[in-house]
Structure formats: structure tokens, C-alpha cells
Design a protein around this ligand. Structure first.
Ligand code: SAH
Length: 259
């Protein structure tokens, strides 16, 4: 199959960290690349799949420390493709979720470079798997919301709390660790119950994965106990410890019936 000619760019999802969670397609594309531009969250074992002759370029950004700005990354990718390289742009999780994929796709297209996307397992899926919980829950969590709590430097977090405080949704909050206090206050301020179940998963799918299941009013405290790995926050009824779900449902039913 020649879906990767010289001069082409593939934006490839590297998944949440565990190399076994790469797709077979991602593995094949990484192995065929002559150059791989990778993010901070992409692990060594994934990079080891590159061919021995390939160039590996770290363009990683970790919050606060921007090693290369987005425009520089766009330019590097385009330049490599125009010089006839087979380019893999390797991104954590799924490239289309909070991954700045649009900028890179547009930079390629406007330079006449052929570009395609290989999806990956996103952090929310890996976090739910680690918790052995489902992100959706029949009848109770019919909506799954992917939201980023990342604010531009100097800006305060500006989210539509009223829309997010939906008891029928599961919120999967990316980049939310340092904003955990603001998130808990924002959601409770628009009526979400303090006892709403919350799960925090740090380093999902990796050997040092940490999972905390708590409640919304304790979210800030729980977030403070995490280390400096990437962490995902999951908020909503679907995160309730299974044995307690029946109890909570009965309590809600009683509340509704009590005049
Ligand atoms: N495109 C990525 C998300 C990039 S934004 C994806 O689809 O997963 C980076 C954020 O993703 C981190 O701040 C964190 O909230 C989350 N994240 C990425 N990898 C993670 C992991 N292994 N465990 C928990 N959260 C992770």
C-alpha cells in the first residue's frame, strides 16, 4: 500500500502512552517515516518504532515551557515535506482532540503538501478504561463533553459553567489539573451538586497510572495530591462507584417524592 509517498505528512495519534494502544496503522506509518516530529507526551517506546535511519525531532510543549511555538512547528513540518521527506507528526492521544491539528493541516494544504490524519486513543478513553468505568451510562449519562480547561497565559478560565453543569452529562476535562479549584467552584456555582462523582486519572495507561475517585466539592484537594504527569478529570454520574449508584438513585427518587 503506498499511502505514504515522499513529500507527504501524516498527523498520527500516539495514544495515551501505552505503546500497545497505538493503532496498527500508526505503527506502520511511524516505521516508514524519514522524520518524526513528536510531542512531550509521546513515550520512548513509541519513538523506538521509527526506523533506525529516521530523524526524531522533539517539538514538545509542556504547560508553561513552550519549546517551539505552533508556527515554528507548522513551518518545520512543511519544510521537511517540501524537501521530499516522509513526515510523521506524532501527537499524544488523538490528533483531533485539543491537538492543534487544524493549524498543521492548514499549513500543509496552503503549501500544497498532501496531508492525512491517523486517529488515536484519546486520554478520556484510556482514563475510563483504567477506572473500569464507562464514560456513558444508559439513561443517566447520555452526553459526553470533551472540554479543555486550558486558559491562554494571563487569561482567566472562561467556560460556560451553566451549560457544563448538566447532571445528564459526563465531562471529560483535559488540561484541568491546575484549574481544578476554579472548575469545582464554577460547576457548583451554577447548581451542580457538591456530591457529584469525580474521577482524576494521572498518567492513564502508563505503569505509574494514578486514579482517585472522589466528589466535586473535594476535587481541588484531590488534584493537589497528584504529581506532575498529565491528568484527566471525569465528572458526572457515570463515575459513581457502582455499588453506590443504586443508593444514590434511591435517594434521588425519595427527594423527588418528598413534597
Ligand atoms: N490529543 C490528546 C490531548 C492533548 S491535551 C488526547 O487526545 O488525549 C493534553 C492533555 O491531555 C493533558 O493535559 C491531560 O489532561 C490529557 N492527557 C494526555 N495524556 C494523558 C494521560 N496519559 N493520562 C491522563 N491525561 C492525559
Amino acid at each position: 500500500m503506498n499511502d505514504f509517498p515522499a513529500g507527504m505528512v501524516w498527523l498520527v495519534g500516539a495514544g495515551p502512552g501505552d505503546p500497545e494502544l497505538l493503532t496498527r496503522k500508526a505503527e506502520r506509518l511511524i516505521g516508514r517515516a524519514s522524520v518524526v516530529f513528536f510531542d512531550a507526551l509521546v513515550g520512548r517506546e513509541v519513538l523506538d518504532l521509527a526506523s533506525p535511519g529516521a530523524r526524531l525531532v522533539d517539538v514538545g510543549k509542556r504547560s508553561g515551557r513552550h519549546s517551539k511555538d505552533q508556527r515554528t512547528i507548522d513551518a518545520l513540518i512543511v519544510e521537511a515535506a517540501l524537501s521530499g521527506e516522509r513526515v510523521v507528526r506524532l501527537k499524544g492521544g488523538d490528533p483531533s482532540i485539543f491537538g492543534r491539528a487544524t493549524e498543521e493541516l492548514e499549513a500543509c494544504r496552503s503549501a500544497g503538501v498532501v496531508v492525512a490524519v491517523c486517529p488515536g486513543v484519546t486520554a478520556a478513553s484510556a482514563a475510563a478504561a483504567g477506572l473500569s468505568r464507562s464514560l456513558t451510562l444508559r439513561g443517566l449519562a447520555r452526553k459526553l463533553v470533551f472540554v479543555t480547561a486550558h486558559a491562554r497565559a494571563g487569561d482567566t478560565l472562561d467556560l460556560d459553567w451553566a451549560a457544563l453543569a448538566d447532571p445528564g452529562a459526563t465531562l471529560a476535562i483535559y488540561m484541568g489539573k491546575s484549574a481544578a479549584g476554579a472548575i469545582a467552584r464554577g460547576l457548583q456555582g451554577t447548581g451542580m451538586a457538591g456530591e457529584t462523582p469525580v474521577a482524576l486519572v494521572e498518567n492513564a495507561s502508563l505503569p505509574d497510572e494514578r486514579r482517585i475517585v472522589t466528589r466535586l466539592d473535594l476535587l481541588e484537594l484531590a488534584a493537589r495530591t497528584l504529581g506532575d504527569g498529565p491528568a484527566l478529570l471525569l465528572i458526572g454520574e457515570a463515575m459513581r462507584t457502582p455499588g453506590r449508584r443504586a443508593v444514590a438513585a434511591a435517594a434521588q427518587a425519595m427527594e423527588r417524592e418528598t413534597p
